[in-house]
Design a protein around this ligand. Structure first.
Ligand SMILES: [Zn+2]
Length: 204
C-alpha cells in the first residue's frame, strides 16, 4: 500500500466519521417514531371485567359453534385461528380462550350478505361502567370467502381485537387497520402486532 492509498483510506474513514452524528440523529428519529407508534393504539372505551388469572391478562371464553352451524368450513377455520393466534403470539401476555360453554356472552357467526360492504363486523351490547355485556362477531363470506385463508384470518383476528376493546387505527400496519386490503395485501398483518398487544394490555 503506497502513501496515496493510505491517505485515501484515512480520508474515507474521516468521511464516515463525520457522518456519524447524522446517522445517530437518524437513529434517534427512528427510535422516536417507533416508540410513539407503539403507543398509538385506539381504545373503544369498553372492556370486559374479567378477573385475570395468573400469568395472563385476559381469559375470555368465546363461544363457538359446531362446524355444521357454519355455512362454510372456511369460516370455522378463520374464527378458530383468529381466536387462537392472539394467544400464540410470543409477545402477548394475553390468553383468549375458546370454549363451547353455552353461557358465553361472546359469539362468532358466519353470514353471507352481498348488500353490505363489510367483510367482518363486531356488534356489542353494553352495561354500565364501560363494560361490554355481549359481543357478536360476524364474518361475511360473500366477500371474505374469496380471500386467501391468511387474509380471511386477518379479518377474524381484527374482529377479536374489537372484542377485546380495541378501536380502529388507520394509517398504520397494525391488526386494527380497518381496511382488509391495506391490512393484509399491503401490510401482511393477520395477527396482533406490538401496538395491538400494548392496547389490550393497557385494558386488562
Ligand atoms: Zn374493525
Amino acid at each position: 500500500m503506497n502513501i496515496t492509498n493510505v491517505f485515501k483510506a484515512t480520508k474515507q474513514v474521516g468521511r464516515r466519521y463525520k457522518q456519524l452524528p447524522i446517522l445517530l440523529l437518524v437513529a434517534a428519529c427512528m427510535v422516536s417514531v417507533l416508540s410513539s407508534s407503539a403507543q398509538a393504539y385506539n381504545l373503544w372505551g369498553f372492556r370486559w371485567f374479567t378477573t385475570p388469572t395468573s400469568g395472563c391478562c385476559l381469559n375470555r371464553s368465546v363461544k363457538s359453534f359446531t362446524m355444521s352451524s357454519f355455512l362454510t368450513t372456511d369460516a370455522w377455520y378463520a374464527w378458530t385461528n383468529g381466536i387462537a393466534w392472539w394467544s400464540h403470539n410470543n409477545n402477548a401476555s394475553i390468553n383468549v380462550n375458546m370454549s363451547y360453554a353455552s353461557s358465553s356472552t361472546v359469539k362468532v357467526w358466519e353470514v353471507q350478505n352481498p348488500n353490505v360492504t363489510w367483510d367482518g363486523l363486531s356488534s356489542p351490547t353494553f352495561m354500565g361502567g364501560g363494560q361490554f355485556a355481549t359481543m357478536d362477531m360476524f364474518l361475511n363470506t360473500t366477500w371474505a370467502g374469496g380471500y386467501s385463508w391468511q387474509k380471511r384470518l386477518s379479518v377474524t383476528s381484527h374482529e377479536v381485537g374489537h372484542m377485546l376493546g380495541l378501536d380502529h387505527r388507520s394509517g398504520a400496519c397494525t391488526l386494527m387497520q380497518p381496511d382488509s386490503f391495506t391490512r393484509w395485501d399491503s401490510c401482511g398483518v393477520n395477527s396482533a402486532t406490538a401496538d395491538d398487544i400494548n392496547g389490550v394490555n393497557s385494558l386488562y
